[in-house]
Design a protein around this ligand. Structure first.
Ligand SMILES: Cc1cc2nc3c(=O)[nH]c(=O)nc-3n(C[C@H](O)[C@H](O)[C@H](O)COP(=O)(O)O)c2cc1C
Length: 268
């Protein structure tokens, strides 16, 4: 039976997980959420098609773009609906939130899983060292195999609820409300060479090139940090100690992947 995996990624972790699921689960198609959001067309899932949503945890909840995506999605006729959240190792409880969004779109959430991936939120802390990153990724691969078997059996497992996570979820509201202005924190240092890779990788085309290699952010930021993490000369920082921290993106994530996720460099 066909499965469509809708995904959003800022630094490639969720894409890596989506790809790992798709290679193990027969007849699975990857569908990038930013590209579909640019298209803005309603999506009626055909009868009995299975749906998976793969996304990173933001402020203990869903990225704004993923939550908004549900307004396009009609899941009424879907077969089995599941979600996989990648997170950086802090507690959180997005299951309740995504469960409510699925119900509103016409189908209950049948299963949800979380997978720890390297933490990309460098405004708060350093990314993991290379050996730790390797261990996290190996564990993630093992967990994907287990998840895929459970998907094949159409298991009903809603993991991700925890008391601590539910309490911490109170930070989500204020955090996500201000997310579009997250870009006001970005500082560009003189090492910027004007390559505009930052604009290319931005999933929502929030960066506009200006004359003389300059650029501006348009305040429709998703906070994904792709601009900062993919910059080849570490010219972008976002306050505090960020300037001095190592950068992180998944080793297999390319600029081409990031462009593909939004449907090409020319998306509006
Ligand atoms: C804006 C933002 C908020 C985040 N909030 C959390 C969080 O609340 N808990 C957590 O464990 N990780 C958090 N992270 C880390 C990411 O969820 C994690 O590294 C994820 O795997 C990144 O996936 P991606 O590479 O597909 O974007 C956050 C990252 C960002 C950019």
């Amino acid at each position: 039976m066909k499965t469509i995996l809708y995904y959003f990624t800022g630094t490639g972790n969720s894409l890596a997980v989506a790809k790992a699921i798709s290679t193990r689960l027969p007849d699975t198609e990857l569908a990038p959420i930013p590209k579909l959001m640019f298209a803005g067309e309603k999506i009626t899932v055909p009868a009995d098609v299975n749906i998976g949503i793969v996304y990173p945890l933001y402020g203990m909840g869903l990225p704004n773009i993923v939550a908004k995506f549900f307004t396009l999605l009609d899941l009424t006729h879907a077969g089995y609906v599941f979600s996989v959240v990648t997170e950086g190792g802090k507690s959180g409880s997005p299951t309740k939130q995504i469960s409510a969004l699925c119900e509103k779109s016409g189908h209950k959430l049948d299963a949800s899983w979380w997978i720890q991936m390297p933490d990309n939120y460098i405004p708060l802390s350093d990314p993991p060292t290379k050996p730790v990153e390797k261990t996290i990724r190996e564990n993630a691969v093992r967990k994907v195999s287990v998840i895929v078997e459970e998907i094949k059996e159409r298991r009903h497992v809603l993991s991700g609820f925890s008391f601590a996570g539910t309490l911490m979820h109170v930070i989500y509201g204020p955090f996500i409300k201000r997310i579009h202005n997250f870009d006001k924190k970005f500082i560009v240092n003189p090492s910027c060479n004007g390559c505009l890779i930052c604009a290319q990788v931005c999933p929502v085309n929030n960066i506009r090139g200006l004359p003389h290699g300059k650029k501006e952010w348009l305040h429709k930021c998703e906070g994904c940090l792709a601009c900062l993490q993919f910059c080849p000369v570490q010219a972008i920082s976002c306050g505090g100690k960020t300037a001095y921290r190592p950068r992180y993106h998944h080793a297999n994530a390319t600029i081409a992947d990031m462009i593909e996720q939004k449907g090409g460099p020319e998306s509006k």
